[in-house]
Design a protein around this ligand. Structure first.
Ligand SMILES: C[S@@+](CC[C@H](N)C(=O)[O-])C[C@H]1O[C@@H](n2cnc3c(N)ncnc32)[C@H](O)[C@@H]1O
Length: 653
């Protein structure tokens, strides 16, 4: 195994993976001025530990400075100017038209007209009103004001967590609740089509929020509608009312089917909190009648989806999912024997996509409880247990996203014991690479070691997780005369014991070319070692490395024989970055796979090659080929070796 340190960059702008490996706890911020004043600044760590204040659940009682704190912000209600934001990303690349008010929409009785997509959904809503004010900003200001009121009331009542009643939030018998009286409702005139200032994916944390921004207010069994009185307006001449403006889907109804884009829903039968209340036949009136008219006039409804959310006032968050066409209406008998009216809804094309597939899943109620199923999961918890709640990292942009799901697990219970039945032992050549002695010792260096990972049924104490237990020995970083900092152990280290993992920022090798010096780059050359490329020594071969993981050349810029990825400990790393080179080392480098099986991204762990007495310097062979390091000026660089051993090659490179 040869490791190559090469003069490369120290920039961390394009991190692909925020941390690498399992041994992430001790991040040392280091100066590039090595050899003079580099010191492990562990004192910084406590500050980094809790970058957030409080539990993350606290809300600001006052709006942050610099923002408007005016009590009754006068808002301009008439949003008529349509400005098409052509830059927005549309689902399915359809052309689109701008938001249209009812008065500009020709009545179309053909319920299946494809033109509906263009007429209604098209672009996002108006970005500015006729005074040139940003509608999104206005929605934000209104909601901020509402929240301020909520918090003040809660503070007064010392019942911050109390669940607000529906009557707290609604207009009851024409009179607004106390809170809403103090807030000017933004855009109070009901309209069809895309709501001004609210994008697909917008989350409302209470029904009051929806009301305050004029989104919806008169709910009847989950349907907000325009009443008969609207028909008097010239704007709506020719329509029969009621007409549904918004439908709330909480997937609470026993007969509801929700297929994301196509939804079959029975309004009524639930109240707004999702409590099932249906105990008789539905009638063709109110919400049902409104939706029926939407079918007749081909008027789409806004769809709001309710999601469980423990911190919201009534335990729910309401997410705007866009405009849906109400395709048809049919009467049926539900599984309880009552008559219900069913509507199938189809999402109009040409609307904004959700931010991501994950958000899409979240909003449509399919959020996975299993971390391992998250798309592009890179790391289950980048805080490595330092935060109370895991912070997973995902990457669906770069290729390949590193997914632990690539590594299927074994079914052993407790600890892996039988090499005949453990599938991880199988990968290691039908045997375990470690013996249990001294907390786990590697029997001999191998091409690659397959450890048990997150999908394995065995527990954390399994011997085949030997490098996942963190540091075992008390290591010291100390200053030397001629090699800068070095590392030694205060404890005896038996041969085959894992000493530390080399951690840093995972980078593509080609990102690091032609930039200033960095002595802390570790190329992950597992593939090169397996194939004895560049003079690398043959090692004990595992039989079962899946060929698909071996080398799939994904990047033409990287020469076939050069490692595609490396670990950059220039700015972030652990104690391993201080371990020096020796021509007769007492450590060796071992590639380990645990959470995935991609050898290009193997973990790099330093193991004891000998029984190492306390206070002896720990070293490994950097494995440079002489004259292989080229400086930024294009000239070959040379570095004298000061390892001081009898067979010293006299040069590092
Ligand atoms: C990964 S760092 C090791 C830690 C380093 N000594 C320090 O103070 O940060 C690699 C650098 O350490 C120095 N170094 C490591 N081994 C050496 C050796 N045997 N002889 C001379 N310098 C060495 C070289 O400057 C090399 O570029």
């Amino acid at each position: 195994m040869q490791q190559r340190f090469s003069p490369k960059i120290d920039n961390i702008a394009s991190e692909k993976r925020p941390y690498h490996g399992d041994d992430q706890k001790k991040l040392l911020d280091t100066s590039t001025d090595q050899g003079r004043r580099v010191s492990p600044r562990l004192r910084n760590i406590p500050n980094c530990k809790k970058p957030y204040y409080g539990s993350g659940k606290k809300k600001l009682l006052e709006a942050p400075k610099g923002n408007s704190r005016k009590k009754n912000i006068k808002l301009d209600h008439s949003i008529q100017v349509c400005q098409v934001n052509m830059a927005r990303e549309f689902a399915e690349d359809e052309s689109c038209s701008s938001y249209m008010d009812m008065d500009s929409v020709p009545i179309d009785n053909s319920a299946n007209s494809e033109d509906d997509h263009l007429k209604w959904a098209g672009c996002s809503n108006s970005l500015v009103d006729r005074l040139g004010k940003n509608t999104f900003l206005k929605v934000k200001e209104t909601l901020r004001l509402l929240n301020l009121h909520c918090l003040r009331i809660a503070e007064e009542e010392k019942k911050r967590c109390r669940k607000l009643e529906i009557s707290d939030l609604q207009i009851v018998n024409g009179s607004k609740c106390k809170m809403l009286k103090e807030i000017e409702i933004f855009d109070p005139d009901k309209k069809f089509g895309q709501p001004p200032g609210i994008e697909v994916g917008h989350q409302f944390f209470s029904l009051a929020e929806m009301l305050a921004v004029g989104f919806s207010g008169h709910w009847l069994g989950g349907v907000d509608h325009m009443k008969n009185t609207c028909s008097k307006s010239d704007d709506y001449h020719g329509y029969t009312f009621p007409l549904a403006v918004t439908i709330l889907l909480s997937s609470q109804h026993e007969d509801d089917v929700d297929n994301s884009e196509v939804v079959c829903n029975c309004p009524g039968g639930n109240d707004l909190l999702g409590n099932k209340t249906q105990d008789n036949d539905q009638a063709m009136d109110l919400g049902n009648m409104a939706l029926k008219h939407n079918v007749d006039y081909s008027v789409p409804v806004r769809v709001i989806r309710g999601q469980e959310c423990a911190d919201a006032y009534n335990g729910k968050v309401y997410i705007y999912d866009g405009l849906y066409k109400v395709m048809n209406c049919s009467a049926a008998t539900n599984i309880s024997g009552y008559t219900v009216f069913k509507y199938s809804l189809k999402r109009l094309k040409g609307q904004l996509k959700f931010m991501s597939k994950n958000q899409d899943h979240f909003i449509r109620g399919k959020v996975s409880k299993d971390y391992y199923q998250s798309a592009g999961l890179v790391c289950i918890d980048i805080s490595n247990g330092q935060e109370d709640i895991c912070i997973p990292a995902t990457n669906v942009i770069d290729n390949p996203p590193i997914s632990p799901s690539d590594a299927p697990g074994c079914n052993c219970k407790g600890s892996c014991i039988s090499a005949r039945t453990c599938s991880c032992a199988l990968l290691n050549g039908f045997d375990f690479p470690y013996v249990r002695q001294n907390g786990g010792r590697l029997i001999e260096p191998k091409d690659v070691v397959f450890e048990c990972g997150p999908r394995c049924a065995c527990g954390p104490g399994c011997v085949n997780r030997t490098t996942q237990q963190g540091l075992r020995y008390r290591l010291e970083v100390y200053r030397t005369e001629d090699k800068g900092w070095a590392v030694r152990s205060w404890d005896f280290i038996p041969s085959g014991a894992p000493v530390c993992e080399y951690t840093g920022v995972l980078r593509r090798s080609d990102e690091l070319d032609n930039v200033s010096e960095n002595d802390f780059i570790f190329e992950i050359d597992c593939w090169q070692t397996m194939n004895e490329i560049g003079g690398r020594e043959k090692r004990l071969r595992n039989v079962s490395v899946p060929t698909s993981n071996l080398v799939e050349k994904k990047n033409d810029k990287v020469p076939e024989n050069a490692p595609e990825f490396c670990i950059d400990a220039g700015l972030y790393g652990n104690v391993a970055r201080f371990v020096n080179h020796s021509c007769e080392p007492n450590l060796f480098v071992q590639c380990v796979l645990s959470s995935h099986h991609d050898i290009r991204l193997a973990r790099v762990v330093l193991f004891a090659a000998d029984d190492i007495p306390p206070m002896q310097e720990l070293t490994y062979d950097y494995g440079y080929k002489l004259d292989s390091v080229i400086g930024p000026d294009g000239k070959i660089k040379q570095m004298p070796c000061n390892c001081g051993t009898a067979d010293c090659r006299k040069r590092l490179y």
